[in-house]
Design a protein around this ligand. Sequence first.
Ligand code: PMP
Length: 436
Amino acid sequence: TTGKPDISREKSAELYEKAKTYFPGGVNSPVRAFKSVYGTPLFIEKGDGCHVWDADGNQFIDFCCSWGPLILGHNHAKVREKVVEVIQNGISFGAPTALENELAELILKHNKFIEKIRFVSSGTEAVMSAIRLARGYTKRDKILKFEGCYHGHSDSLLVKAGSGLVTFGETSSAGVPKAFADETIVIALNDKEALQKAFEEFKDQIAAVIIEPVPANNGLLLQHKEYLQYLREISAQNGTLLIFDEVISGFRLGFEGAAGYYGIKPDIITYGKIIGGGMPVGAYGASTQIMDTISPVGPVYQAGTLSGNPVAMGAGIAQLTELLRSGFYRDLNAKAEEFAEAIQRFATARNYKFKVFTIGSMFWFAFTDKDIRKAEDIDPASMEKFKIMHRELLNRGIYLGPSGYEVGFVSSAHTKVDLEKAKRAIFDSLDLVFRG
Ligand code: PMP
């Protein structure tokens, strides 16, 4: 197998050079800089359905979908029309609007896990606020997180594990005071013993355990249901709140996200951009009792000029209305499952050391033969193979997020024909990786 010739990136390269004079590293969010894959980052000009086009006119089938929220694909007519309708009346008031009620009702009516919600403007903000809420509610300071789970870039959460079973977090970023990291305990996923030990060692000190119930920011590290149930139990026994960070899994696995999928009720749930149809939105929700700890009712302060922004609410209303249509998730998940299975069958038949981890409409390509359930099981050297694959897939018109640690998303806009085309390109790229 020989690789396809590289696509033209002339215009993207020009834009990138300019961007480097304006932004650190030429980007407004680091992964976009293509640091762990080949070549200059592609500057995207437009998206429609499952396709995106870059500045050089290259067309791709997109499996990044703005990192997940575009579950209906790009430029969905219903979402666009609602946004256009809303902006006729102005774009921001910093005052309540009926649109907030409407979106909240859509969510709460169809979600048995939360009773009240608050809208914010990003996943980072949602999680940061949920942590403050948990600390305010329990009157405890420490939080426990898992290595390999990403929860946005707020200070308490930018910490990773050191060695040993239970450790204090070590910051993952300069600029995070050690004192903050000291309040964050980090343990490995899928490890009951580490969990028990943490609760023993920090008895009555842990305000919240936070987890992505479907960890999807460091590969797709699927957890056993029993483990998540254990997490629920041990948190409750210790007076610790369980936070499900569903910024990715929420409204993706199903309308009730991972909580609904596993049938586990966390104490607080955080959501992200998917509830705004891809607009800048996040949210956190819980029982009325817990939520009423938030200002202006309770003592925990949290606010935002753009919170509940009408344009974002409008996009969210349009998108979630589509998701509630009967059979939406059944069809989407069946399509994605068929796609992932076909790729796995191909790789297995050829004895390639390659696995497709998948759940619902999310998938992750891993160059391994192991059953990966925690961050340390991922071999960093395998990322070299992803790099070859990523370059080849771009050359064959398939856009994956620019890192082997990122998951892919199938949207309802991906047709069977698109997925067939993508499969063939993926098969060819695997042949190139393994046979050269
Ligand atoms: N939590 C999770 C689980 C995420 O995946 C992300 C980012 N995708 C965040 C929080 C942060 O969200 P944002 O980038 O919108 O701030």
